[in-house]
Design a protein around this ligand. Structure first.
Ligand SMILES: Nc1ncnc2c1ncn2[C@@H]1O[C@H](COP(=O)(O)OP(=O)(O)O)[C@@H](O)[C@H]1O
Ligand SMILES: CC(=O)OP(=O)(O)O
Ligand SMILES: [Mg+2]
Length: 374
C-alpha cells in the first residue's frame, strides 16, 4: 500500500510517502518522497499546504492517507483508526487538550477527505504510552477522579521510532525529543514507563512557545486575577517557553546567534530550557534505575552542536561526556550518530525520529488481526 503520511506538528508540516510492505525492512530507506514545510503556523495554512502536496503527489498514485493526531481522545491507546464522521466528532471533543495540534489535524483531515475517496487514517501519538504503570499515569488527586484526568503522554511516534532504531539490547533507554514540543520518555525493555508530558502536551519540559510544568496554583492565580480561560490558554501554549522568555523568537536558529551577540533574554531562555532538561535527565535515570543509552532526537538537536552542548555538556556526574570531535560538527545529523566519548559511562547518541515511518507502521499494525490496541 502506498501511504501518504502527513505530520502536522506545532511548527512544521512533515510528510512522507511510504510503501507499507517495506516499512519494517532494514533495507535502505523505503522512501518514495519526503519533505517538510517549515515555519508554518495556523490550521488553514497547514491544511492548504497539505492539499497542495496531495494534489502534486496525485490521488491516483496513492492508496491511502495517514494523519498524525497528537491527542487520540477516546482512541488514545490505539495505534490508528480510519477516519469517519464519528471519529472526527470524537476528536473535535478533545481539541482543547492539544490546541496547537488537534484543530490543525482536523482541518487537514477535513480538507483531504473533501478531496478524495481514499481511506484516511488518524494515527495517534499517544499509543506508545499505554504501558505507563498506574503509579506514573495517576495524578495525586482524589482517587475517584478516575481515568479521565490522567497522564497520557505524547511524542509516542518519535520515542518508539528512536527506540526501534537503536540497539535493542539496551534495556534502559532515556529518549529526549526536541521539536516545537519537547519531551522525555523512559523506556524499559521497549516499553514506555515514564514520560514528561501529561494529560496534554503542555506538561513537562519548557518548549518553543509552551511553558511546560508550572505550579498549578499559578494557573488559578492568573484566572483569579481576571484573565479569561482563553487568555491563559494562549499564554501557556503560544506565548511562553523560549518565545515568552526571550521576547524574540521561539526558534533556536534565532536565539543561539542572539545569545552569542549578548542578548541576555535569549541567553536566559536557553539557560532555562537546558536547566529543565538537566532536571528531567536526573529524574529519568532515577526512574529507570540507571540508563544504558541516552538518545536525542528532533529538529533542535539535529544540526546544532552548540545546542547539544548546552543540553548535555555539564553532566559528567551522570557519566555523560560528549566527545568534542563527534559532537562539534556543522552538518545536519541524518543517521544514528554516537556523540559520547569512549570513556563516558553513558552512551549518548543522536537518533533521527522517523515519525512518518512509524505512522505507516502503526497503520499496518492496527490492521493486523492480532492488534492488541484495537
Ligand atoms: N534546523 C531546524 N529545522 C527546523 N526546525 C528547527 C531547526 N532548528 C530549530 N528548529 C525549531 O524546531 C521546530 C520544528 O521542530 P519539528 O519537530 O520539526 O516540528 P514540530 O514541532 O512542528 O513537529 C521549529 O518550530 C523551530 O522552532
Ligand atoms: C506532541 C508535540 O508537542 O508535538 P510537536 O513537537 O510535533 O509539536
Ligand atoms: Mg514534531
Amino acid at each position: 500500500m502506498k501511504l501518504l503520511c502527513l505530520n502536522p506538528g506545532s511548527g512544521t508540516l512533515r510528510y512522507r510517502v511510504v510503501e507499507t510492505e517495506r516499512c519494517e525492512s532494514d533495507l535502505p530507506s523505503p522512501d518514495l518522497e519526503r519533505g517538510m514545510v517549515d515555519r508554518i503556523k495556523g490550521k488553514e495554512k497547514v491544511a492548504e499546504e497539505a492539499i497542495k502536496l496531495f494534489r502534486r503527489i496525485g490521488n491516483d498514485s496513492l492508496d491511502a492517507v495517514a494523519i498524525r493526531f497528537v491527542h487520540g481522545g477516546p482512541f488514545w491507546k490505539q495505534r490508528s483508526r480510519e477516519i469517519d464522521a464519528n471519529v472526527l466528532q470524537s476528536l473535535e471533543e478533545v481539541r482543547h487538550l492539544a490546541p496547537l495540534h488537534v484543530p490543525t489535524a482536523i482541518a487537514v483531515a477535513k480538507a483531504i477527505r473533501s478531496e478524495t475517496g481514499l481511506k484516511v487514517h488518524a494515527v495517534f501519538d499517544t499509543a506508545f504510552h499505554r504501558t505507563l504503570p498506574e503509579h506514573v499515569w495517576r495524578y495525586p488527586l482524589p482517587h475517584d477522579i478516575g481515568e479521565r484526568y490522567r497522564r497520557i503522554g505524547f511524542h509516542g511516534l518519535a520515542h518508539e521510532s528512536v527506540w526501534g532504531a537503536w540497539d535493542r539490547e539496551s534495556s534502559k533507554v532515556l529518549s529526549l525529543h526536541f521539536g516545537g514540543g519537547a519531551s522525555a520518555c523512559a523506556i524499559l525493555d521497549g516499553k514506555s514507563v515514564w514520560t514528561t508530558m501529561g494529560l496534554t502536551p503542555l506538561d513537562g519540559l519548557m518548549m518553543s512557545s509552551r511553558s511546560g510544568s508550572l505550579d498549578p496554583a499559578l494557573v488559578l492565580a492568573l484566572l483569579r486575577d481576571g484573565r479569561s480561560i482563553d487568555e491563559v490558554d494562549k499564554m501557556l501554549n503560544r506565548d511562553s517557553g523560549l518565545l515568552g522568555v526571550s521576547g524574540i523568537s521561539d526558534d533556536t536558529r534565532d536565539l543561539l546567534p542572539a545569545a552569542a551577540t549578548g542578548n541576555s533574554r535569549a541567553e536566559l531562555a536557553l539557560q532555562m530550557y537546558s536547566a529543565r532538561v538537566h532536571e528531567c535527565i536526573g529524574a529519568g535515570i532515577a526512574v529507570l534505575g540507571g540508563c544504558d543509552a541516552l538518545l536525542l532526537s528532533g529538529a533542535l538537536v539535529k544540526e546544532s552542536a552548540e545546542f547539544r552542548r548546552r543540553l548535555l555538556g555539564d553532566l559528567q556526574c551522570f557519566g555523560i561526556k560528549l566527545d568534542a570531535n563527534r559532537n562539534d560538527r556543522d552538518d545536519e545529523l541524518q543517521q544514528p550518530t554516537l556523540l559520547s566519548a569512549d570513556d563516558a559511562r553513558m552512551p549518548v547518541a543522536f537518533v533521527p525520529a522517523e515519525e512518518e515511518l512509524q505512522m505507516a507502521r502503526q497503520v499496518v499494525a492496527s490492521q493486523a488481526p492480532a492488534d492488541v490496541t484495537r
